[in-house]
Design a protein around this ligand. Structure first.
Ligand SMILES: [Zn+2]
Length: 483
């Protein structure tokens, strides 16, 4: 079986064949680091993280690149508002990006290039475009891409160029040869960061940074280039045009774009207000729940963001987690008893067959354009079979239990859920807080308060142990056979 990917370029599902055997070069447009990123940004970040995990699971050697846009109009504006330098702003929100990405279980890329570290590469690419007469400097230090000089302009987004042209004419820049031409290099404005260039001091336009950095780390043709739906035009159209104009080669074999996250439901905006950034949402719902929610449907179908949907995602995830914890504890308990080579559990063979069938279904779903929604459905079927058997009196033999636990780990690893990191993220900060409060209550000899906190934690499955080195917490084992 091979993987099929819906390619925005051809508007078709195609068999995935990387350029170089099992090696995959994948570039995802990353955040502009002027603020905390929000749930809309998180959607493609999480989906593409799972695409990467799945490709690795299927034996591909993926080089994953995700840029950090650390210079643009928004960066400059925000730095002014906060009265700090653009560099300081970038440092701060790059740090914050990784905190939130960790909460969502988004793995680090092989490369997280920053635009401001790649100005020489960007300038070289613009020079090449000028040489090939695909770009032109105008008076004052700006350089534009000549969209009419590139025959394939419009092929990624399939935009109606005449309509776009008419729209662009409304605020046409007299110095452009054609209304759709876009800026590659912007002349310096007073008080803005700038770099020396053959056209005078200035800074790169947004689109050119991704072309320059993608080609530096992945070569002139990428296997996969991905982002949110709002990036198709103009960002990816322009990236494609300028890269192909410069190299004469296909820039991207498979363009992938997530669907829209539907927002602005009245119900939601009332309860959640405008707090849609991941920092706030993961405090409230947990990063793993947010991730689960973003993977709960196929990535190209629109996903409706609402408090209700987040809450039910949390409940569903908990069901899956309970099933996994159950099997994990069962394995631990049986290992403690020592292996018994003669044991044979009734129904174990049937259970294994069901689990294997579920795993095959999971893989088939993921092969079909990374349908995480269906894959999760298969995962839940596995959990149902497992819960049923574990609820019975006789337990399957240890090797069978271990195999089942391994399946949970594999499938959870592909989706980035049920991982040890996900289990502890979010929980810890909250726990430490409660443990401190209880310590304080004990110091004040407020035993009622201290006991109440201990009881509340026990309700959440956390056991506190008072040891000579202080308070330790651990998770209570769920009762064997619990659903
Ligand atoms: Zn980009």
């Amino acid at each position: 079986m091979t993987i099929r990917i819906y390619n925005t370029l051809t508007r078709e599902k195609e068999e995935f064949v990387p350029l170089r055997d099992k090696k995959v070069g994948m570039y995802v447009c990353g955040p502009t680091v002027y603020d905390f990123f929000h749930i809309g940004n998180a959607y493609p970040f999480v989906v593409m993280d799972s695409v990467r995990r799945y490709l690795e699971y299927r034996g591909y050697d993926v080089t994953y690149v995700k840029n950090l846009t650390d210079i643009d109009d928004k960066m400059i504006k925000r730095a002014r508002e906060l009265n700090i330098s653009v560099g300081e702003l970038a440092e701060r929100f790059i740090r914050e990006y990784f905190v939130d990405a960790d909460a969502l279980g988004i793995r680090r890329a092989e490369f997280h290039p920053r635009a401001t570290d790649h100005v020489p590469e960007i300038i070289a690419l613009i020079q090449k475009l000028i040489q090939k007469e695909h770009a032109y400097p105008v008076g004052g230090g700006d350089v534009f891409f000549d969209t009419r000089s590139f025959k394939g302009y419009g092929k990624v987004s399939r935009q109606n160029l005449e309509e776009l042209e008419a729209g662009a004419r409304v605020e046409v820049d007299e110095r452009k040869r054609y209304p759709l031409d876009f800026v590659l290099w912007k002349a310096e404005k007073p008080g803005e960061p700038s770099w020396d260039s053959p056209w005078g001091k200035g800074r790169p336009g947004w689109h050119i940074e991704c072309s320059a950095m993608a080609m530096k780390y992945l070569g002139e043709t990428l296997d996969i280039h991905a982002g949110g739906p709002d990036l198709v035009f103009p960002h990816h159209e322009n990236e494609s045009a300028q890269s192909e104009a410069a190299t004469g080669k296909l820039f991207v074999r498979y363009w992938m774009h997530t669907g829209f996250l539907k927002m602005g439901q009245e119900k939601m905006s009332k309860s959640l207000g405008n707090v849609l950034n991941i920092r706030e949402l993961s405090k409230r719902f947990g990063g793993e729940t947010l991730r689960f929610f973003l993977l709960s449907a196929h990535y190209r179908t629109p996903l409706e963001f609402s408090e209700e949907n987040l809450t039910s995602a949390g409940t569903a995830l908990q069901r899956l987690r309970n099933s996994y914890e159950n099997i994990r504890h069962r394995v631990q308990a049986r290992e403690a008893l020592g292996e018994n080579p003669n044991e044979s559990g009734a129904g174990a063979e049937r259970l294994l067959a069901e689990v294997r069938a579920g795993k095959t279904k999971f893989i088939t779903s993921m092969d079909d354009d990374f349908n995480t929604g269906e894959a999760l459905g298969a995962f839940f079927e596995i959990a149902r079979s497992v819960n049923t058997l574990l609820g019975q009196e006789s337990s399957p033999p240890l090797p069978v239990l271990r195999q089942i636990r391994e399946v949970y780990r594999e499938l959870g690893g592909v989706l980035g859920i049920l991982t040890p990191e996900a289990r502890d993220a979010g929980l810890e900060a909250d726990l430490e807080d409660l443990i401190r409060k209880r310590e304080e209550a004990r110091r004040q000899k407020d035993w009622a308060q201290a006991d109440q906190i201990r009881a509340d934690l026990l309700d959440r499955g956390i056991v506190l142990e008072d040891t000579s080195e202080g308070v330790r917490w651990k998770k209570a084992l769920p009762p064997v056979g619990a659903r």
